[in-house]
Design a protein around this ligand. Structure first.
Ligand code: NBP
Length: 484
């Protein structure tokens, strides 16, 4: 304890995430943790159940603030939205210049920018920190993505490093960038998580329904895959889920679960933001829409008899088929990550953040849901070339895709012929083919736009902006850019 027995860090909000984070903080040498919750019963329960933590419990917000050493540092872990605003307001009224308020909840990055600006004049630091890893991560070591000022990170960095997951000897935390950068990167992390999960689900669907493997057999396949380049937490837990048997019916767990996937919003935010930034995150978007489609119960119930005109997926060599699916999954996954990192770069350019993409990939190697070996390759790629315009252009990934391409095309084409939905596999392959195309049909789209809206176009062989007089003699005129 420092400054006459005061706490060096406080946690506000002691539901599951806040309690676990407070316990994690208290378990690390050098930390003394003050805890406060709107409803005191929660504080009491935590302190009673965990005497070993040595918490400094506060019944009122005034007591909480008084129990913190300066600069006062408090992490808010309350319900995102109005709850977060309410707690910020209470702390701002009591904190002093140089003190630090951290929002560790799942805030939308634009809210974080707004909150930071609103209190900037007070001299109090506001830090939006993305915290990934769920309940277990909060307790044992999450991946942490703090934004906010460089100055605040001098105090906050060592505290966060003390509780973060460790990957290859390095704590999974870095100062991502100023104001909303941390929550932005956390949002993209979640978007990539959506894509990764959907891709794994598509691989499962094909293995199960085209390959005829049982869930238990597919669990075995995923366990094998987890020993290679696909090694990741998500592949590992997928194998676990597929081995689960429902106690009541004896059926595979996956067969008794309603096939309607929900979402809490960060995937949607990623896609909405990417649309605003003009950055294609088609793998993530398809993953979000696949969940939406799954939840259209009424439509799906009525559409079951729509014609399929599908042909059988004949599989002569099962081992080769499984390898095709693995490669299609790996190539699609590379595209999803390439798109996610593109979105971070686009966000950084728009919001003036100096984000080290290699450092981001490193802090995702542990603690978070998308943790994977693969992230080391991404770190290597950005380590070699921080200005890499696409991960797909890094030698390692170019080679990985090239080795997977034939399999990827076979799987997507066969899925289409046999009538299997593979929105994320398919859109990732189309993105790849679009990116490498010498000419895209966008030229025709420009013609259409100029025809109906005089939107103008540029020529391949001359500088300037042009418009064709589509009625009459159809002559071309040099034009100022249209504002239509
Ligand atoms: P909840 O999101 O369920 O929120 C409950 C907490 O918010 C309680 O402590 C509650 O106090 C407090 N609270 C509310 Br509600 N309104 C308040 C207000 N107006 N003033 C003060 N406190 C208020 O808790 P959680 O599930 O532990 O999640 C906490 C944060 O972490 C959220 O932002 C969530 O999105 C995020 N989260 C992250 C992950 C992850 O993997 N990173 C996972 C889950 C959650 P009370 O006890 O008095 O009602």
């Amino acid at each position: 304890m420092s400054e006459q027995g005061k706490a060096n860090i406080g946690v506000v909000g002691l539901a599951v995430m806040g309690s676990n984070l407070a316990r994690n903080l208290a378990s690390r040498t050098g930390n003394t943790v003050a805890v406060y919750n709107r409803t005191f019963a929660r504080t009491n329960t935590l302190v009673t159940e965990h005497p070993e933590a040595g918490f400094v419990a506060a019944e009122t917000i005034d007591d909480f603030v008084a129990s913190l050493a300066t600069p006062r540092t408090a992490i808010i872990m309350v319900q995102a939205g109005a709850g977060t605003d309410a707690v910020i307001s209470e702390l701002v009224q009591r904190f002093e210049p140089g003190d630090i308020i951290v929002d560790g909840g799942n805030a939308l990055f634009t809210d974080t920018i707004r909150r930071e600006q609103a209190i900037a004049d007070s001299g109090i630091h506001f830090v939006g920190a993305g915290i990934s890893g769920g309940e277990e991560g909060a307790l044992k070591g999450p991946s942490i993505m703090p934004g906010g000022s460089v100055e605040s990170y001098k105090t906050l960095g060592p505290i966060l490093a003390s509780i973060a997951a460790i990957a290859e000897g390095e704590p999974c935390v870095t100062h991502v960038g100023t104001d909303g950068a941390g929550h932005f990167v956390k949002m993209i992390h979640n978007g990539i998580e959506y894509a990764d999960m959907q891709l794994i689900a598509e691989a499962y669907d094909i293995l199960r329904n085209a390959g005829g493997f049982t869930p238990a057999e597919i669990a075995g396949i995923f366990t094998e895959w987890n020993k290679g380049e696909l090694e990741s937490y998500l592949i590992e837990i997928t194998a676990e889920v597929l081995t689960q048997v429902d106690a009541a019916t004896g059926k595979p767990f996956v067969d008794v679960v309603l096939d309607q996937a929900g979402s809490k919003g960060t995937g949607v935010w990623t896609v909405q933001t990417a649309l605003d930034l003009g950055t294609p995150v088609s793998g993530i978007a398809e993953a979000v829409f696949a969940r939406s489609l799954s939840s259209q119960a009424g439509q799906r119930a009525k559409a079951g008899n729509l014609p399929a005109e599908a042909s059988a997926w004949t599989i002569d060599d099962k081992a080769a088929f499984v390898e095709d699916v693995r490669r299609a999954l790996y190539a699609s996954k590379i595209v999803a990550y390439a798109q996610g990192f593109d979105a971070i770069r686009a966000g950084a350019a728009t919001y003036n953040w100096n984000i080290d993409l290699g450092a981001v990939s490193k802090i995702w190697r542990g603690g978070c849901i998308i943790r994977a070996q693969f992230l080391n390759r991404i770190a290597d790629a950005y380590g070699k070339d921080a200005g890499l315009v696409s991960l797909l252009l890094d030698g390692y990934f170019t080679k990985a895709i090239s080795e997977s391409l034939a399999s990827w095309r076979r799987v997507v084409a066969q899925a289409a012929l046999a009538g299997f939905p593979v929105p994320a596999f398919g859109s990732s392959l189309s993105y790849y083919d679009g990116l490498r195309a010498e000419r895209l049909p966008a030229a025709l789209v420009q013609g259409q736009r100029d025809f109906f809206g005089a939107h103008t176009y540029k020529r391949v062989d001359a500088e300037g902006t042009f418009h064709t007089l589509w009625s009459g003699d159809r002559s071309e005129i040099a034009a100022e850019p249209s504002t239509h």
